[in-house]
Design a protein around this ligand. Structure first.
Ligand code: PLP
Length: 424
């Protein structure tokens, strides 16, 4: 099936007489006839639902659709994008381990990696994603277990050279984990470029209507966890919490995603509610229609801003001459996303005045939904970062993050123009 068909049709496969639309299995638990049947589920000897913290049919149908969209073998939904990021690392790192990440990443991920994981004894080294392979490789140590980056960084909009990152990761014997939230599998499938694990905040374009917070971890099934003996003991050595079962032996290519589900989700429990999974699924059914509209609207808004002399700079990889234009053409030939960033002459104060005068575009923390929205990261999402960290994260103090929606683009541009008039 092509992507468009997967968006509409994949996941829920009703049998005779079952509902055509994905049902919301609003049930914590599932019934069995004998206690032996139930026991086998707990020992992972048989597959089946028993408790929604581990698996739920609504969630599984949506996870299957996303896995298929990404070209992966399986996926696990999480309660938020943050939980997906956390699990993707925690599934292969424990205290004493280290990983390497691009520095130009989402502010919440930056805090998770640099502060919270640090407290758990998992350390990170941030690298400039545009550095050479040798420079990035220099950040690796014998305890390094993963390399992490974002396809399109939020809000820096740097485009990741996924092939380069995959080469570095694989030459060091570790998987590449890519946050593909902004591009979505409609515009880029990181597995095709060598990524091993993909994560998303489904809160953004996948849901697409700003209705529910959620996340997903997708496994390509391609990484060989046994390649360097002893490198990933959590996957290749017995798990005492399942009578000594070994994930790579019992589940083969499904080892990573199975461990994430039956161990991390069992113990930490950040599940997506079936209700939210249902809403994400509705969003996915039109993802292939919305993304091209977000992209063409954003392209027009970016070009409009670029020719306005009051605008100091515009970043959008669809603009010729943008620092990431070439990488964008390679990895995102059909469009990148609806988010653009720009700064106004006059700096921070003018930018804030401009935002306060927008009428159609609303000031919200959210990005990437049907409605045009705007945010000033230095005052909002990235408030906790120092000026040096802001620069490292690709966030200039005057940067306005403008998330172009799927309204008529003429109305969006008219709103920008009237707010610019009032800002000066
Ligand atoms: C929003 C976002 C996250 C975090 O997702 P939540 O669903 O808000 O927890 C992670 N990565 C990127 C790129 C995001 O935009």
């Amino acid at each position: 099936m092509k992507k468009e068909t997967i968006c509409v049709q994949a996941g829920w496969k009703p049998k005779k007489g079952e509902p055509r639309v994905l049902p919301i299995y609003q049930s914590t638990t599932f019934k069995y006839d004998t206690s032996e049947q139930m026991g086998k589920l707990f020992d992972l000897e048989e597959e089946g639902y028993f408790y929604t913290r581990l698996q739920n049919p609504t969630n599984d149908a949506v996870a299957a659709k996303i896995a298929q969209l990404e070209g992966g073998i399986a996926a696990m939904l999480t309660s938020s994008g943050q939980a997906a990021t956390f699990y993707s690392i925690l599934n292969i790192c424990s205290a004493g381990d280290h990983f390497v990440s691009a520095s130009t990443i989402y502010g919440g991920t930056f805090n998770l990696f640099g502060v919270t994981l640090q407290k758990m004894g998992i350390t990170v080294t941030f690298v400039d994603q545009d550095a050479s392979e040798e420079e990035i490789a220099a950040a690796f140590t014998p305890t390094t277990k993963a390399l992490f980056g974002e396809t399109i960084a939020n809000p820096g909009l740097a485009v990741l050279d996924i092939e380069k990152f995959a080469r570095v990761a694989h030459s060091q014997g570790v998987p590449l984990i890519v946050d593909n939230t902004f591009a979505t599998p409609i515009n880029c499938r990181p597995f095709e470029w060598g990524a091993d694990i993909v994560i998303h905040s489904t809160t953004k374009y996948m849901d697409g209507h700003a209705s529910s917070v959620g996340g997903v971890v997708v496994d390509s099934g391609n990484f060989d966890w046994n390649a360097i003996p002893g490198k990933f003991p959590g996957l290749t050595e017995p798990d005492p919490s399942y009578h000594g079962l070994t994930y790579t032996e019992s589940f083969g290519k499904m080892a990573y995603i199975t461990k994430a589900t039956v161990q991390l989700m069992r113990d930490l429990g950040s599940i997506q509610s079936p209700q939210n999974a249902f809403l994400v699924n509705l969003g996915l059914e039109s993802l292939h229609l919305r993304m091209p509209c977000h992209c063409s609207n954003a392209q027009k808004v970016a070009e409009h801003l670029q020719q306005d002399e009051r605008v100091a700079w515009v970043h959008y990889c669809g603009l010729k001459g943008d620092q990431y234009y070439e990488l964008g053409q390679k990895y995102l030939p059909n469009g990148s996303c609806g988010v653009i960033t720009f700064g106004l002459k006059g700096g921070r104060e003018t930018s804030i005045r401009f935002m306060d005068n927008l009428e159609l575009a609303a000031i919200v923390t959210h990005v990437a939904d049907a409605r045009t929205s705007v945010l000033h990261p230095a005052s909002h999402t990235h408030r906790q970062l120092t000026d040096e960290q802001l620069i490292a994260a690709g966030v200039a103090p005057d940067l306005i993050r403008f998330s172009v929606g799927i309204e008529n683009v003429d109305d969006i541009i008219e709103d920008i123009d009237q707010a610019l008039e009032k800002a000066y």
